[in-house]
Ligand binder design. Sequence first.
Ligand SMILES: [Fe+2]
Ligand SMILES: [Fe+2]
Length: 259
Amino acid sequence: MTQITVRRMAFEWPDDLPILPNPDDVGQSCELVALSFTLPYLEPYLIRTMRVAGKEDISPELAEDLSAFSKQEAQHHLNHSRINNLVRAKLPPETALAVRALEDKLEADYQRYTETKSLKFNLAYAEGFEAMTLALALSLLAAPPKGTDESWANLLVWHLAEEVEHRTVTFDAYDKIYGGYIYRLFAAVRSQRHYLSYIVNLSVVLETKNNQPISCDPRHAQAPSPTRDASPVRQDAVSSLRPSQDRHAQRGCGSAGHV
Ligand SMILES: [Fe+2]
Ligand SMILES: [Fe+2]
């Protein structure tokens, strides 16, 4: 019997939900919001992949784990869709449009992957992503960022805890169906680069408007915001999801308000 528990959460978020999970750390907050905006596309892609993998010659136990994994992921992206819509309604129109364009591009990528890529590629992508999020979950749960808004914290802690709970499922599926190391290693790196490029680009859109950090109250800005190129992949994007007052200051925000 699977050890993965599917929980159906009933989060109730206030109308004044802050766009920034942690107003004291604009950079990390934008990365967390960016993460949330990717999940309604990433997690259905994982579910589609697990559905195909479940038809392979695997044990009943693994099939059960795949099913429970998918049910957990379904709950995750449903709740992230809900909070994303609350955030979206509060974004400046041009920011909302830019976010939507990136969402559409990401969804197109994942639909194309499902339709044209091999199960081996898609499973390796899933394994690479899950390995990365497991590391993220363990580090954030071990040292939760201080000052995170309670509504956001409840969502993120629930999601991260379940990411830990289903930690080995994608590896088990890949290992059973294909095995081997080299292909999985390269595909994992590729998947992480692909995914993180969207985190970076969404973060830049959320954080920057006309080269100014839109999440900063201009009355408190102390220095011009550094201009960041939206195109390069920043490999430390997820590892940077940790408290840092310095990063906040570097972005020219003396005091952060809501986006
Ligand atoms: Fe998830
Ligand atoms: Fe996951």
